[in-house]
Design a protein around this ligand. Structure first.
Ligand SMILES: [Zn+2]
Ligand SMILES: [Zn+2]
Length: 145
C-alpha cells in the first residue's frame, strides 16, 4: 500500500510541516529577488556615470547620469554630437563624452568625437587615437574572448 496516510501524524506536526514549506518558499523568493536585483544593478553599472574628456587639458572627469544637463541628454539622445560645459577649465562646451579603448593593451580613454578647429566641424573618432583600434571591429573579432 502506497496510499498517503498521515493519520498517525498529529495536527500540530502537519501545521509545522506546512509552515516549514511556506517558509522555504518565502526564503527562495527573497533569494531570487536579491539575485535578480544584484544582477540588474551590475548591468546598469556602466550607465550610472559618464566619462568626459576636456578638449583643452585632456583631463578626464565623471558626471553622474542624473546630473547631466537636460539639454545635453536630449541632444545626444537625438544623435547630436554635443559638448558639455567643462568644470576643469571652465570653458563652454569643451568636454566630449569618452569611450574606453577595448584593446586591453591600450585601454585608454578617448573622446567619442572632437572639435576640429581647422576644419571648423565636429568629427567622430572612429578609431582609438592611441592604438588605432576600431571598437566595433575589435568586439566583432574578439567575440566570446
Ligand atoms: Zn575643458
Ligand atoms: Zn587604443
Amino acid at each position: 500500500m502506497v496510499a498517503l496516510d498521515l493519520g498517525g501524524w498529529s495536527d500540530k506536526r502537519k501545521t509545522i510541516l506546512i509552515v516549514a514549506a511556506l517558509a522555504a518558499i518565502v526564503v527562495f523568493a527573497v533569494v531570487a529577488v536579491i539575485i535578480s536585483l544584484s544582477g540588474s544593478r551590475k548591468m546598469s553599472e556602466g550607465w550610472e556615470e559618464v566619462h568626459f574628456l576636456c578638449q583643452e587639458t585632456g583631463e578626464r572627469f565623471l558626471v553622474k547620469y542624473p546630473e547631466l544637463p537636460r539639454e545635453y541628454v536630449e541632444k545626444s539622445a537625438a544623435g547630436q554630437m554635443v559638448f558639455l560645459d567643462c568644470p576643469k577649465c571652465g570653458k563652454k562646451s569643451c568636454a566630449a563624452p569618452a569611450i574606453r579603448c577595448p584593446n586591453p593593451e591600450c585601454g585608454k580613454y578617448y573622446p567619442r568625437y572632437y572639435r576640429d578647429a581647422a576644419a571648423g566641424e565636429v568629427r567622430l573618432n572612429v578609431r582609438c587615437p592611441h592604438c588605432r583600434t576600431v571598437p566595433h571591429k575589435w568586439h566583432r573579432e574578439h567575440k566570446g574572448g
